[in-house]
Design a protein around this ligand. Structure first.
Ligand code: MTE
Length: 390
């Protein structure tokens, strides 16, 4: 009843004219009505955008794959625009047959396709001291999940004749920051990839075109972009990014080094501060993501009453090793305020801790490796806010 809905009774503009032909958009972009779905930065976090970070709009995404144009960016010396014909990958050090590979050389090695999350160790870092940023894009958006195509590093190291005395590798980027990280040889010979494609197409410049290291399950800083050199050595190099940065200062004054594996973590992406409930009481599709650097996520628990009662969420989509998993909880909202939380269980049996549990062990000084449970407070109007409860 009531007045007729013009969306049904009127002929809409897009029905009145013929549209663009097939070649009008040789490389496709999202609908203009989706123009709000973008990476965003927090200007006060860094002095400029050259050594800075922006965040994946997790609250706008579904499924498990992050579209290439929405993968967060973290550059320490800006973005390197590399001509692939002038790019080389050198492998040297404790190796019998040091190598310099062109991109064409690399394309002649067997390649693999694998889906992995990349999480910056500083993801949720601002939340150590308490609830800070209002939106999962900002609290948890230093993560993306991509299908990589690349050559197993193991094959390249074998080709270079890595010596048995080689126990560490150093990976170096070709960008202005010359980013370098030490990685144990066991990991390098296990599942590390030298990737040239993401989600089926060439890497984006922001993600390290034409080559990046993929270090599954380990902190994002080690995934060297614009990869140009791998040196084999017999000890870690103790570069800036593994000493003054990406270490965790404990209450004792000692710093924990080499926290490579990212522990299990989850976040509810909707409802959330940037994705309030706008439809009033009734059915709500609560959704979120969970991941672990140690395996898969067989289970996520969800609470809408701040942890008094927990229910098992419904997992949907592929459950891949060291990949993002998608969960849902479909429920009838009675319109009363809620405290939403999610808690991930990984395939090792590890359960995501509360922030209080983390602080009891690691103190208040940390920035990195915060995998504590996130709380969103939802009011009667459906608005959500970042809060912490004890
Ligand atoms: N590699 C190079 N060469 N230069 C960089 O600045 N940033 C690192 C890592 N690899 C960086 C780099 C950091 S701190 C992170 S978290 C990831 O790349 C971010 O990858 P992304 O920009 O694809 O999200």
């Amino acid at each position: 009843q009531g007045s007729p809905d013009p969306a049904i009774t009127e002929v809409q503009p897009w029905r009145r004219y013929l549209g663009d032909g097939v070649d009008a958009r040789p490389y496709g972009h999202p609908s203009p009505f989706e123009s709000h779905v973008v990476r965003r930065n927090v200007p006060w976090l860094t002095a400029d955008t050259i050594s800075s970070i922006n965040f994946t709009p997790l609250h706008e995404l579904d499924g498990i794959i992050t579209p290439n144009g929405l993968c967060f960016e973290r550059h320490h010396g800006g973005l390197a625009e590399i001509d692939p014909s002038a790019h080389r990958l050198m492998i040297h050090g404790l190796a019998d047959r040091p190598l310099v590979l062109t991109m064409q050389d690399l394309m002649r090695f067997p390649r693999e396709n694998r889906v992995y999350f990349l999480e910056c160790a500083a993801n949720s870092g601002m939340e150590w001291a308490g609830a800070q940023l209002n939106g999962c894009q900002y609290t948890h958006g230093m993560i993306h999940n991509v299908m990589y195509t690349g050559v197993p590093l193991r094959l390249l190291l074998k080709e270079a004749g890595v010596r048995s005395s080689g126990t560490w590798i150093l990976a170096e980027g070709a960008d202005a920051s010359g980013m370098t990280r030490s990685i144990p040889i066991e990991k390098a010979m296990d599942d590390v990839l030298v990737a040239f494609a993401m989600n089926g197409e060439a890497l984006r410049p922001e993600q390290g075109y034409p080559l990046r290291l993929v270090v599954p399950g380990w902190e994002g800083n080690m995934w060297i972009k614009w990869l140009r050199r791998i040196e084999v050595g017999d000890q870690p190099w103790y570069q800036r990014e593994e000493t003054s940065k990406y270490t965790d200062l404990l209450p004792s004054g000692l710093a924990r080094k080499f926290t490579f594996e990212m522990d299990a973590k989850s976040v509810i992406t909707s409802p959330s501060p940037q994705a309030p409930i706008q439809t009033g009481p009734g059915p709500v599709v609560l959704t979120g993501i969970a991941w672990s650097g140690r395996g898969t996520i067989p289970r996520v628990d969800v609470t809408i009453d701040g942890g008094i009662t927990w229910v098992k969420a419904r997992m949907s989509g592929p459950s891949l090793d060291k990949s993002i998993h998608r969960f849902y909880h479909d429920f009838e909202w009675d319109g009363r305020p809620m405290l939403l939380q999610s808690r991930a269980h990984d395939s090792t049996g590890y359960v995501q801790p509360t922030k209080q549990m983390l602080r009891a062990i690691r103190g208040e000084n940390s920035i990195y490796h915060n995998n504590g449970i996130q709380t969103w407070a939802v009011d009667e109007a459906g608005r959500a806010e970042n809060v912490e409860i004890s």
